[in-house]
Design a protein around this ligand. Structure first.
Ligand code: ATP
Ligand code: MG
Length: 545
């Protein structure tokens, strides 16, 4: 794509000008696939000194809404791109597009057809057989003009008349077999209200909107490759002398273990399978943002997957890998206990506390240290203690020793159990001479556990996520239902404790909870109290290409 554009500019096409556009249909929230298209369109414009328009392709009023327009703008801005004043709507061109359709009729290149949608489909032919001409194909220009005008004023019911291009029913390209350009729809539009009773088809509105805006390079996904001849036919017919935009295709982005299309994502939202479009499990930009992804991580991901022409499915693990790379450098290391077990240090004086220094980020020498409180009663993870462990268990067990991170070595002496035999407390003694970083800290033990101080820790909720789908769902729109293969365990909520320093946590902060992964505060949660989303775990499942 870069080479192509760079060649075009050198050869002086469009006087060396580059103008792209990002053309979302406002019928849902943007997803990571759109991010690829945004980074490409805005990124190329930046790189080659051109401009990129934001154009809402709002030609399908039944599914579109102002809410989606607003969310799309927010997401593009959040990703770090700016369209200045170049915010356009295909609906702003409805009058011009209508006039261009009239011109096509006048040139004998379009006609009003009374076949039903079903009849049009049946007479279209197949890849191996030609289609049949519509019986209405040879209507006079005057009759066509009259009927089209009456379609506009709402005289005809939806489905009873369409405007079709008059190209070639025997074309080997099905898109050239007299494609539909306008249909009657008695539907209110979110911007033009009741003004219109005819709406242009995507294949008509898109190329002509590109031409009206002076777009030079119209980048779209590969499914539209077969539509390119129609794209070219239309701009050549309607703008025979003008500078014509050209369409270039690139591979769409699909990802493992999620659906991507807005229609399928909307199914999940409307059926309450997720907590809205910005549910942290969704591949939407608002969901990824709420999950804790930075715009920079998503841009890096889009840069690294490239824009090859071959379709491919990218592992979710690669997106996580891109996030981890950034977080490893920048996230503050803190301690949180997700599934708490009480630990009492019996030789630590009751009522006493001390503060210890904890390193904020070993990857960043400038990150400094903070103070954490140590005392007699602590919490550790339930999974860090086993009464009857297998051989290679290096965490805490009866009679065993571990180091508490940033603190002392402890030995487990005794456990307290409830009536069912479940362990409710572990009682330990600490070695006062084993302080981390202290002069006599040379003693080594195999395990190091994270912990928080019982009296000082803050209660918190933790939300852990798994992929929405267990296997890779069918990405096609016609294919299986949105429910097939959905992961019933994609959300786990745990209630535990975080260290006191997180009292000051901000929504924009990213933390590494030691041994648990990267977390951030949930930006939507209005309840008082701390709710943390796990962005990604610590272990990188991505094996590289
Ligand atoms: P969806 O099926 O999710 O609704 P769409 O293509 O219908 O996708 P649009 O709003 O029309 O959604 O897309 C706006 C732009 O984003 C188009 O130029 C389209 O090519 C691009 N785009 C959409 N999905 C992807 C994807 N998965 N990968 C790359 N680009 C995409
Ligand atoms: Mg669409």
């Amino acid at each position: 794509m870069r080479t192509q554009i760079s060649n075009d500019l050198q050869e002086g096409c469009h006087e060396g000008r580059l103008q792209t556009r990002f053309p979302p249909e406002p019928n849902g929230y943007l997803h990571i696939g759109h991010a690829k298209s945004i980074c490409l369109n805005f990124g190329l414009a930046q790189e080659f000194g051109g401009v990129c328009n934001l154009r809402f392709d709002d030609t399908n009023p039944a599914k579109e809404d102002q809410e989606y327009v607003e969310s799309i703008k927010e997401d593009v801005r959040w990703l770090g791109f700016d369209w200045d004043e170049r915010e356009y709507f295909a609906s702003d061109y409805f009058e011009q597009l209508y006039a261009l359709a009239v011109r096509l009729i006048e040139m004998g290149d379009a006609f009003v057809c009374d076949l039903s949608p079903e009849e049009i489909r049946q007479t279209r032919g197949t890849l191996s057989t030609p289609g049949q001409d519509s019986p209405f194909r040879n209507r006079s220009i005057d009759e066509n003009l009259d009927l089209f005008a009456r379609m506009r004023t709402g005289e005809f019911a939806a489905g009873t008349k369409v405007l079709r291009a008059r190209i070639d029913m025997a074309s080997p390209n099905l898109n050239m077999r007299d494609p539909v350009l306008y249909r009657v729809l008695h539907v209110s539009h979110h911007r033009t209200g009741e003004n219109w009773k005819v709406y242009p088809m995507y294949d008509f509105a898109h190329p002509l909107s590109d031409a009206l805006e002076g777009v030079t390079h119209s980048l779209c996904t590969l499914e539209f490759e077969d539509h390119r001849p129609l794209y070219d036919w239309l701009v050549e017919k309607v703008f025979p002398l003008g500078k014509r935009p050209r369409q270039y295709e690139f591979a769409r982005l699909d990802m493992t273990q999620t659906v991507m299309s807005k229609r399928k994502l909307r199914d999940l939202v409307e059926n309450n399978l997720v907590d809205g479009w910005d549910d942290p499990r969704m591949p939407t930009l608002s969901g990824l943002r709420r999950r804790g992804y930075s715009a920079a991580a998503i841009r890096a991901f889009c840069e690294r997957i490239g824009v090859a022409r071959a379709n491919s499915v990218v592992e979710m693990g690669f997106l996580e890998h891109c996030a981890r790379e950034e977080l490893n450098m920048s996230a503050k290391r803190v301690m949180a206990v997700l599934e708490p077990l009480k630990l009492v240090i019996t030789n630590y004086p009751e009522g006493n506390h001390e503060t210890l220094a904890a390193e904020n980020n070993p990857e960043d020498p400038l990150a400094g240290t903070r103070e954490i409180v140590f005392g007699r009663e602590l919490y550790i993870e339930q999974s860090d203690f086993m009464e009857d462990p297998p051989k290679k268990f290096f965490r805490l067990k009866p009679g065993g020793e571990v180091r508490l991170k940033h603190a002392y070595i402890i030995r487990c002496d005794h456990v307290v159990k409830d009536e069912q035999g479940g362990v409710t407390e572990v009682h330990c003694t600490y070695d006062p001479d084993s302080k981390s970083g202290g002069a006599t800290s040379g003693r080594k033990v195999k395990g190091t556990l994270h912990w928080v101080a019982g009296d000082y820790a803050l209660p918190a909720e933790f939300r852990l996520f798994e992929p929405l789908y267990l296997a890779d769902p069918d990405q096609t729109l016609e294919g299986q239902s949105t429910y097939a293969g959905i992961n019933p365990h994609s959300l786990t909520r745990l209630y535990g404790w975080v260290e006191e320093s997180l009292r000051e946590a901000k929504v924009t902060d990213r933390f590494q909870f030691l041994r648990q992964g990267y977390f951030c505060l949930d930006s939507k949660e209005k309840e008082p109290g701390l709710v943390f989303n796990r962005l990604v775990g610590l272990r990188d499942s991505y094996k590289g290409h």
